[in-house]
Design a protein around this ligand. Structure first.
Ligand code: FES
Length: 316
């Protein structure tokens, strides 16, 4: 199957916590790796939305995703809840993997908050199949809003899953002083969930001595401020220079001048808009690039990041 592809809703499960679970089928689905996501198009809203695959990567014939109904979003998740009835079709790109699993790690600890559990379920399937040492910590507000309970409580790796409910007894809540492993060379951590949860786990892991390159993260959405001072952007290959105003973005300013940079999430989490930088300082506003990539200063997320100086030259 070639991208973009058309996938059909084979099954719809309304799970706890406002999470809709979808089983999507199509002909000759491309293989997936743990941590991969799909880009799903919502033409009426002119939006692309990213959803992590939670199914066993070894499975064939269907992809499974979970979609949290988020009234604070730009309408994407509500549209999926409304439109994704059995038999409905969606245009989908992917699967792509910006959150790959280090499959040779001696020890892996997965931290999922709410809907952030989805890519970690796929990782747990894979780690179990490989016979690796791993633990999956799943944090939610209460058992009553915890989706995928049936999946995890009947999984072959159920003995690796630790549930943490905010409204439960103190001893079963996530305690990073207790639940973070020791920072050893063969240990890798994976974090996915709401931004505050992720920031908390990542900060604690780094304070405990885990190398940044061993603390893997994937943001589903981010509250970013893409505004700032005015600067110029030169598209070197196109030979066009534009001005990016305080409320503008590089991608939008270039699009008005006929230079198209593809965007999907428009909030610095998916990486679709990453563009090579030839010269100029970068004010990174995204959650996608790694610390190392930021320090190299050779790439920018054009949907939200800005220049730190008067001018940026892009390789486009
Ligand atoms: S469009 Fe998703 S990071 Fe820019």
């Amino acid at each position: 199957m070639t991208n973009p592809m058309t996938l059909t809703v084979a099954e719809r499960i309304e799970d706890r916590g406002g999470i809709l679970r979808l089983r999507l089928t199509g002909d000759a689905l491309p293989p997936v790796t743990a941590g991969a996501h799909l880009d799903l198009h919502l033409p009426a809203l002119d939006l692309w939305r990213q959803y992590s695959l939670c199914s066993d990567p070894a499975g064939t014939g269907a992809y499974e995703i979970g979609v949290l109904k988020d009234p604070a979003s730009r309408g994407g998740s509500e549209a999926v809840h409304r439109l994704a009835v059995p038999g409905a079709s969606f245009t989908v790109e992917g699967p792509r993997n910006h959150f790959p699993l280090e499959e040779t790690a001696a020890k892996t600890v997965l931290f999922g908050g709410g809907i952030g559990i989805t890519p970690l379920i796929a990782m747990a399937h894979r780690l179990h199949a490989l016979g690796r040492d791993f633990t999956l910590h799943y944090c939610t507000r209460s058992e009553g809003v915890t989706a995928f309970l049936d999946v995890l409580r009947t999984a072959a790796f159920v003995d690796r899953v630790v549930f943490h409910f905010d409204d439960g007894a103190a001893a079963q809540r996530l305690d990073l002083a207790r639940d973070l492993p020791a920072p050893e060379a063969g240990t890798h951590l994976y974090v996915c969930g709401p931004q505050g949860f992720m920031d908390w786990v990542i900060a604690a892991a780094e304070a405990a001595g885990h190398a940044g390159s061993h603390v893997h993260r994937e943001y589903f959405s981010a509250e970013i401020d893409a505004t700032g001072g005015t600067f110029e952007v030169e598209a070197a290959i196109s030979g066009i220079t534009v001005t990016v105003g305080p409320e503008d973005t590089i991608a939008k300013a270039l699009a008005r001048a006929g230079v198209k940079i593809e965007v999907k999430c428009e909030e610095g989490v998916c990486g679709t808009c990453v563009t090579d930088v030839i010269s100029g300082g970068i004010d990174h506003r995204d959650c996608f690039l790694t610390e190392e990539e930021r320090e190299e200063g050779e790439m920018i997320c054009a949907c939200c990041s800005r220049a730190s100086g008067p001018k940026l030259v892009l390789d486009i």
